[in-house]
Design a protein around this ligand. Structure first.
Ligand SMILES: Cc1cc2nc3c(=O)[nH]c(=O)nc-3n(C[C@H](O)[C@H](O)[C@H](O)COP(=O)(O)OP(=O)(O)OC[C@H]3O[C@@H](n4cnc5c(N)ncnc54)[C@H](O)[C@@H]3O)c2cc1C
Length: 408
């Protein structure tokens, strides 16, 4: 009998299990999770969950879903080794599972900050439900907070902390916030908004050490010599993909577990999806490893198709969102290719989009409080449609009519 084993029950793994059944997979499915609860939505952990002391995890599927769909969900169980020759996964509980197909949906772990004091009580990172529960408990204490890293998670947490009345400082090492992901104009806008809301944001600054007192973290000392009082420190400097299991089994690694465009690792019986996998992107002509719910979920669906023999090259247009106070930021496409940006809408009204062009080609769109423009952007990019810069400047109405006519 066929047995699909999925290691990791986050957004990608849970979707892969559900999609296998939707695709008609008749064999056994086992979903292995080292966490203590059923698969849950990760994005709320840096948003609503922190603000509401009584909130529990938001589960990805109903309580009976896995049992009803014949998926064995093993909680608090770690896959500790892969024996590729025998087609076997070894487990932390001493057991082992034999597989016909294996999906690695391992996510990553929070990147550590290599500075003295990073292990003090009061210093938090945020990746899992357990991390979010620890951070939320610490919020009850109040005090001054420092957030290290001005990326999505750092800024989402900062806006929550400011809203809860914390004196909050964000320390960002580069010249702009969200620098890896959005257009410079959007970075500037978010910087202004966070400063207006009350956060102190330091750019081009990094951390020398975290100093403690009898209770734990007490202050953060920056490279330029500032000492900032902080009983609460949140480190948001990105994540590192979990590749150790694959690497020890001899699978190819390249900024994540390397897969082909059908999500197969260097061993064709083993697939990898989501945050832990890097894949050759059809338009970017390079390998990408994306960290988003959309990517993990779409790859979960694609891997199920591959397992039942209906593999299609994975070609989804990547999109992402971030909620910061009253701003909904939505992005679609690959912004690193851009060499020019076109603005439509009004930044002063907190409602605009920035169109990223590489030469004449539309490659990405950032939208602030403009969900309709984001949705249109997703359709345009999926269809490979590039409007002229002039049309993009005209915003949703001009773009829609141009897209409908198939014109540029
Ligand atoms: C706080 C936070 C906020 C976010 N906000 C957004 C957002 O607003 N929008 C967005 O698009 N994305 C957001 N993301 C990113 C998004 O959640 C991830 O990209 C997504 O969860 C990736 O799914 P995944 O299945 O690849 O990995 P994960 O969801 O990380 O799941 C991997 C699972 O595998 C488990 N695991 C690892 N190794 C083993 C092992 N050996 N044995 C058993 N289990 C194992 C892990 O514990 C984990 O449960 C956010 C992430 C975080 C942490």
């Amino acid at each position: 009998m066929q047995h699909a084993v999925i290691i990791g029950a986050g957004h990608g793994g849970a979707q892969a299990a559900a999609s296998l059944r939707e695709e008609g997979f008749q064999g056994r499915i086992t979903l292995i999770s080292d966490e203590r609860v059923a698969p849950y939505h990760r994005p709320p952990l840096s948003k609503a969950f922190l603000k509401d002391a009584s909130a529990g995890p938001q589960f990805l599927r109903g309580p009976k879903f896995f049992a009803e769909h014949g998926v064995d969900l093993l909680l608090e169980t770690r896959a500790t080794a892969l024996d590729r020759g025998a087609g076997r996964v070894e487990l932390s509980n001493g057991g082992a599972l034999e597989f016909s197909h294996l999906v690695l949906a391992l996510g990553g772990r929070a990147r550590r900050l290599p500075v003295p004091g990073a292990d003090l009580p009061g210093v938090h990172s945020l990746l899992s439900l357990a991390d979010a529960e620890a951070l939320r408990a610490a919020l009850q204490e109040g005090g001054d907070a420092v957030v290290i890293g001005g990326g999505f998670i750092g800024l989402e947490v900062a806006s929550t902390l400011v809203g809860l009345g914390f004196k909050t400082t964000v320390i960002e090492a580069t010249p702009r916030v969200l620098g890896r992901a959005v257009a410079p104009l959007v970075s500037d806008h978010m910087l202004r908004r966070h400063r207006f809301w009350g956060a102190d944001i330091l750019l081009n600054e990094s951390v020398e050490r975290i100093e403690g007192d009898a209770k734990g973290a007490a202050s953060v000392v920056t490279r330029s010599g500032r000492r900032i009082a902080a009983s609460l420190v949140v480190i948001g400097v990105g994540m590192t993909p979990n590749v150790a299991l694959a690497e020890a089994a001899g699978l190819a690694i390249d900024n994540g577990i390397a897969v082909d465009e059908r999500l197969r690792t260097s061993d064709p019986r083993i697939f990898a999806i989501g945050d832990c996998a890097s894949y050759p992107h059809w338009s970017a002509a390079r390998r990408l490893r994306l960290e988003s719910v959309q990517n993990a979920t779409d790859q979960g669906r694609a891997v199920a198709k591959a397992i039942v023999g209906r593999a299609e090259p994975y070609r989804a247009a990547p999109w992402f969102w971030s909620d910061q106070k009253d701003i909904k930021l939505q992005m679609v496409g690959l912004s690193f290719e851009a060499d020019d940006y076109v603005l439509s809408g009004d930044p002063e009204a907190d409602r605009f989009s920035v169109y990223h062009f590489s030469g004449p080609r539309l490659v990405a769109i950032d939208s602030i409080n403009s969900p309709a423009e984001h949705m249109l952007g997703r359709r345009m990019l999926a269809a490979g449609f590039s409007p002229t810069k002039e049309t993009a400047r005209g915003g949703a109405t001009a773009l829609k009519s141009s897209f409908m006519q198939g014109a540029t």
